[in-house]
Design a protein around this ligand. Structure first.
Ligand code: GLA
Length: 399
């Protein structure tokens, strides 16, 4: 596998976290906990509309090596291989959203969310390493939150009996919404915590019910090529918040709790009731995207993996034309992948840059990557980074 990796080196990431812990803190950790990044197969900007998503976990993971803090020392000490920094978080930092910033905010946010939910978070020392590409829209933040949450819960004896698995993404999302200040939905944290190897996670973002949908690329002779366009994210947080606000405003105008409640066959009537063209386009994206997720799941349940290609491509067109969250690099990558023979291709993640995924014949991944690279060179874009991804497992203790 080639492609973008976070800084750190060629040692497996679990070993790096473990070695970092020993080096920083002078002894072995109690254990190591890993949580993956994700790609979203389909269902974009549907999660905060109470809709449907279908992500799968990447083999790229963030690992937290953790052990108890010695008495008399700081409550939480956290070292990150990525930044080379060690930070200290005390109770007052953990109880004041925004008190810690940068990568440490995701760690402090998880502690905050656990404490808000009345869990006693054990004093601990953590060492973190990751090979989830950063800033590529592959959920490096959710992987960090999920790994920290899983580690601290285990270390504190907070088992699934007290903090059931379906509640864990909710806490991790709360950390990001309430402490870090990012108004994200529930998809990324759910993917990092609840995905299973070989499956895509069909998540109902209202009920939080999941179905593990077999996503057997190998038997179908197919591969998912992930293309990191390396396009710089432009205005991403402001645009994300604006899309979310527009959707919530549209739902209020339509008199429904969320756009999830507009059925596909009720779309024309709903659009007629909205005052402006931009809002109509936003609603059309969300309603049609929810339907595409359901259609994709139906095909996967029937074992028709190759059949999902047109739905992926239609999703991209909807994000480009109706939700207006793509950029030139992303559109170029999708077009080049399709011309090179991909069955379908779409941007994955929040948008305004990031990654594209393409469904390709297993033997054609290199050819598709080369075609995208040529198209980027022709357009004067920086070279993309490509890798093929098989659905991997969610958060777990690894030793
Ligand atoms: C980001 C957010 C998710 C989701 C996607 C878009 O990844 O964190 O909650 O809204 O964008 O589908």
């Amino acid at each position: 596998m080639s492609g973008p990796v976070a800084r750190g080196g060629s040692e497996p990431v679990g070993r790096r976290a473990d070695a970092g812990y020993r080096q920083r803190y002078g002894g072995p950790p109690t254990g190591c906990w890993a949580a993956p990044g994700r790609v979203n197969l389909i269902g974009e900007h549907t999660d905060y509309n109470d809709g449907f998503v279908l992500p799968f976990a990447l083999p790229h993971r963030t690992v937290v090596a953790a052990g108890p803090a010695p008495a008399g020392g700081p409550t939480w000490t956290v070292w990150s291989e990525q930044s080379g920094e060690e930070i200290v978080i005390d109770e007052s930092d953990a109880d004041s959203p925004g008190a810690v910033d940068g990568w440490g905010a995701y760690v402090a946010g998880v502690i905050w969310a656990l404490r808000q939910a009345n869990f006693a978070v054990p004093a601990a020392r953590l060492a973190i390493a990751s090979d989830v590409p950063l800033g590529a829209g592959l959920s490096s933040s959710a992987a960090l939150e999920a790994a920290v949450l899983t580690a601290l819960a285990d270390l504190g004896g907070i088992g699934p009996d007290r903090l059931p698995v379906p509640d864990r993404p909710v806490l991790a999302q709360r950390a990001e919404n309430g402490y870090v200040g990012v108004p994200c939905g529930i998809m990324d944290q759910s993917a990092s915590i609840r995905c299973q190897a070989g499956h895509a996670l069909f998540l109902d973002c209202r009920s939080l019910e999941v179905e593990q949908v077999p996503f057997d690329l190998a038997t179908a002779g197919l591969a998912v090529e992930v293309i990191d366009t390396r396009a710089p994210h432009r205005h991403v947080s402001g645009e994300y918040a604006a899309r979310r606000a527009a959707c919530e405003q549209a739902a209020a105008m339509l008199g429904v709790p969320a756009l999830r409640d507009v059925p596909a066959d009720g779309l024309p009537a709903a659009l007629d009731r909205l005052p402006d063209e931009t809002m109509r386009r936003r609603v059309r994206h969300v309603v049609t995207e929810n339907q595409r997720v359901r259609d994709t799941v139906a095909l996967l349940r029937a074992g028709r993996v190759g059949g999902i290609g047109p739905l992926l491509t239609a999703s991209h067109a909807s994000m480009r034309d109706d939700f207006e969250i793509t950029v030139a690099e992303v559109d170029t990558a999708v077009a080049a992948a399709l011309t090179a023979g991909a069955y379908g291709a779409r941007m994955t993640g929040g948008g305004f840059g990031g990654c594209v995924l393409a469904l390709v014949d297993a033997g054609a991944a290199g050819q598709v990557a080369a075609a995208v690279g040529e198209a980027f060179a022709d357009n004067g874009f920086a070279a993309p980074a490509c890798f093929t991804a098989l659905p991997a497992t969610g958060a777990e203790r690894i030793d």
